[in-house]
Design a protein around this ligand. Structure first.
Ligand SMILES: O=C(O)[C@H](O)[C@@H](O)[C@H](O)[C@H](O)COP(=O)(O)O
Length: 234
């Protein structure tokens, strides 16, 4: 049984304030306990106003490492780069934002291996993995397609893999690297942040279906052992 706690908000500002406060608290607690924090943050549009608020928090950002939960295989100068988006917001605060993509990989499988190698140097597990969800039920870049099973079944030690979504998402039709299911579920805390009635219904069903879910997010969450906080606004 997936243990999920839903937090609902009436307006966008309250939503952003609450999620930023929650994530700030997770970071502060990690800094208190271990002197450093590692958090994985998604791309997409939903988190942007929340990131802006979070970046204003009085946190010792110098001891915070941020990785993208997934990234698109594009140069860092491309508007689709999740790392570039995160860097723009959090680098000026002093956080370390770690790129996981490389221009040199021959294909998405090699890019996945390179991303994984980069993450192997980090102090694991992440204090937080923050997930978004697409209208097709993908999370991070765990999409339907030929690489879905590898992302779901990769062994515990494997942190990232390369993914070629099929069908391709229209808003960012490119190959990706993504945290594996095992890497996501290794996190000390998992938070899902989403908006809209349609996505809510989809996620509720995915959680209910668990292992038999047809959606990547349902399959990922089915084995979660930690309680999951879901922040939702209409
Ligand atoms: O594509 C990415 O980079 C994401 O990490 C992805 O998993 C995202 O979180 C969802 O697609 C939701 O995106 P929105 O917030 O834009 O709906």
């Amino acid at each position: 049984m997936i243990e999920a706690e839903w937090w609902d908000y009436d307006d966008a500002d309250e939503f952003a304030e609450a999620v930023a406060g929650d994530v700030g608290f997770i970071i502060e607690s990690a800094l208190d306990a271990r002197g450093q924090a590692l958090i994985a943050l998604p791309g997409g549009k939903t988190p942007l106003p929340i990131y802006e608020k979070l970046a204003k928090a009085k946190i010792n950002w110098k001891n915070v490492t941020i990785i993208p939960t997934d990234d698109r295989l594009v140069p860092l100068t491309d508007a689709l780069s999740n790392t570039a988006m995160l860097a723009k917001i959090f680098l000026p605060k002093g956080a370390r934002v770690l790129p996981v993509t490389t221009d040199k990989a021959a294909d998405h499988h090699m890019a996945g291996k390179a991303a994984d190698a980069r993450l192997q140097d980090l102090h694991w597990p992440p204090d937080l993995v923050w997930l978004g969800m697409g209208a097709d039920g993908h999370t991070a870049s765990i999409f339907d397609g030929p690489d879905l099973q590898e992302a779901l079944d990769a062994p515990k030690a494997r942190r990232m893999v390369g993914v070629m979504p099929d069908p391709m998402p229209k808003d960012a039709a490119v190959a990706r690297v993504t945290l594996t299911k095992a890497a996501i579920l290794s996190a000390r805390a998992i938070t899902i942040v989403l908006t809209g009635d349609e996505k809510r219904a989809l996620l509720e069903k995915a959680i209910e279906d668990g292992h038999s879910s047809k959606l990547p997010i349902g399959r990922v969450l089915a084995d979660a052992e930690q309680a999951i906080d879901i922040h939702w606004a209409a």
